[in-house]
Each structure stands twice: as C-alpha cells, then as structure tokens.
Ligand binder design. Structure first.
Ligand SMILES: Nc1ncnc2c1ncn2[C@@H]1O[C@H](COP(=O)(O)OP(=O)(O)OP(=O)(O)O)[C@@H](O)[C@H]1O
Length: 307
C-alpha cells in the first residue's frame, strides 16, 4: 500500500529526512516513533503529497506522491497535530466544508454515518468551539475518514487527551484497522505504539530500525535466558560458566541470568547441562526488554553517531 525508496527531504541545507526505504502492507498499522524533530511529520507530509521529496520516490495506494499528488490525496486521510477545525461552525458544517473540498457525493448521508459512528450525532448542531478536546479530536478523525480513504495518517492522535478520550481514539484506530484500512500512527506514546501497531519504525532523520513490537524488544545482541532454580546454588552457576557457548552468568538469589548468542538453539544444551549437574529448575524464560529501553538506546546511539 505504501512504498518508499530512498525518500528524503531537505529544507535548504537542513536534512529533515534521509534515505527512507519502507514498505507498508494493506491493512497494517504502522507506528512511527522518534524524538522531536526526527522527521515524522515530514514523512507524513511527503507520503500525503503535501510536500514533494528532494530525493527518492514513494507510492501510496499505487500512486506516485510527486507526479500523482491529486490521486494520492484522494486516497489518504490525515489527522494532523493541529487539525483545522472551525470552532464557530457546528460539526455538520465543518464536515460539509471538507466534503466539498473532496468533491464528495451523498454528503448528508456520509456525514450522518460518520458522526453517528463517532458518537457525535446528538451534539451536531453546537459550535464545536464549546466542545471538549476529546470531542474535537473525534471530529478531526471523522474529517480524516469522511471520504473513506484506504490509508489513514494519524499524527499524535492522543496527545493532550485525557485517558478516557485517548482510549476512545485508540478504539477507533482498532476499528479502522478492522475495516482493512492501512494506518500510519506517529506517536510519542510507546505504550500506545506497542498496543496498537503491527510494526514500528524508529526514526531519527534516518529509519533506524523496523520490526514488530516484540521483535524490537528482543535484543539479539544481549539475549539472556533466565533460569530460576529451586535452591540457590553457586556450583550450578559455575557449570553454566564452563559451557563454551555461554558468554556471561550472573547469579542473584535463586535466579541465573545467562547471556547467550543464540538462546533458541543453545537453550536445550544449557538446560540439559544444568539438569545433569543436579540443578532443580523451576522456570526457564527469556529476558524481554521494554520498548522504552530499546527506543532510548536506538535514538541515543543515533544521536552519538551524528555528533
Ligand atoms: N518547512 C520547513 N522548513 C524548515 N525546516 C523544517 C520545515 N518543516 C520541518 N522542518 C524541520 O525538519 C525537522 C523535522 O521536523 P518534523 O516536524 O518532521 O519532526 P517530527 O519528528 O514530526 O517532530 P515532533 O515530534 O516534534 O512533531 C525539524 O528540525 C524541523 O524544524
């Protein structure tokens, strides 16, 4: 649904985005994470044909963002960080305005359907200036999906919302995904990204890493197997240390933390050796790092590399 090849954008001498290679499948929820100024909004603006690339190319729904901007815009919906909602107009007037821009037909039926879906129909006649932030955000999402786009870009959709309103927005994202739409979600909320996204890309001018949330948290270079013993046992730790494929062993209480290069293939031999040495093993598990740890290391390393 989205394909970018060496996509980049400069503003004068300043490089906002460089060498973006990315493919996003239809129906995927793709999270874009990165610190302030990392180039997330620039990426969204490039992929929605609001600005043009200075290097590379990209297609969205099969259309080239540089040469077929109008078709791209017809197939994408965007929720920006500052959605242009007209506070003096009511919800229907706001949506009618955008429906006219898109040249939509069946405007009244569409508006009613989307407002009912977002639970805003009963309040449709009030100027939206008097609404809560959460309600306005829902209206902004209604606007983004009014023309039933195949791809929906959501730039920080839950920032500045209270937990209940944020939850409603997250439920909407899940619903949009159920309808088969492709969603690009820019967020600083790592927990939200982990819960909603099929894959996550970490960006800092360049795309540093792309993987599933679980894949990002499984740090292969530091994979550790955690073995909990029935009784604490220094001798068992020494047995593990003596194994040629074990890189490091820490014993804390009844728990061994064993660093391996490839736990999946080395765990069976490790467990066999420990049992043969008399260990009574209660549990064997994998040390999983949090997305926050992985994220901070990735963007921290990118910052050092740039310095
Ligand atoms: N029109 C522009 N002219 C000059 N510089 C720009 C322009 N648009 C963006 N930039 C710069 O490009 C960099 C990337 O900005 P961008 O808005 O894409 O980051 P972001 O990852 O969305 O950040 P945030 O999380 O703060 O929203 C920033 O340093 C920004 O100042």
């Amino acid at each position: 649904m989205i394909r970018a090849e060496n996509l980049g954008r400069r503003f004068g001498d300043f490089v906002a985005l460089e060498g973006l290679d990315l493919e996003i499948a239809e129906g995927e929820v793709f999270g874009l994470l990165g610190p302030n100024g990392a180039g997330k909004t620039t990426t969204v603006r490039l992929l929605t044909a609001v600005i043009s690339p200075t290097t590379g190319r990209a297609t969205v729904a099969g259309f080239d963002v540089a040469t077929q901007a109008e078709q791209v815009r017809a197939h994408v919906g965007i929720l920006t960080e500052t959605p242009g909602i007209y506070v003096r107009l009511d919800a229907v007037e706001n949506l009618r305005f955008f429906a006219d821009i898109h040249g939509l037909r069946d405007t009244d039926a569409r508006i009613r359907a989307v407002l009912e879906r977002l639970d805003l129909w009963a309040r449709r006649k009030e100027p939206v200036g008097g609404w809560s932030k959460g309600m306005r955000q829902r209206l902004a999402i209604a606007r983004a999906v009014l023309h039933e786009p195949k791809v929906v870009f959501l730039d920080e959709p839950t920032s500045a919302l209270d937990p209940a309103a944020a939850r409603t927005v997250r439920e909407l994202v899940t619903e949009l995904r159920r309808e088969g739409r492709t969603i690009i979600l820019c967020t600083h909320n790592l927990d939200e990204a982990e819960r909603l996204c099929d894959r996550i890309g970490v960006l800092r001018t360049r795309l540093l890493r792309v993987d599933t949330p679980a894949g990002l948290c499984r740090d292969l270079e530091r994979a550790c197997t955690i073995v909990r013993l029935a009784t604490a046992h220094g001798a068992i730790a020494d047995v593990a240390r003596a194994l040629p494929f074990v890189r490091d062993v820490e014993l804390a209480g009844d728990t061994l933390r064993i660093a391996l290069d490839d736990p999946e293939s080395q765990n069976p031999a490790l467990v066999r050796a420990l049992v043969e040495a008399g260990a009574e093993i209660r549990t064997v598990s994998e040390e999983v790092r949090t997305l926050e740890q992985v994220y901070l290391e990735l963007v921290g390393a990118a910052k050092e590399a740039r310095a």
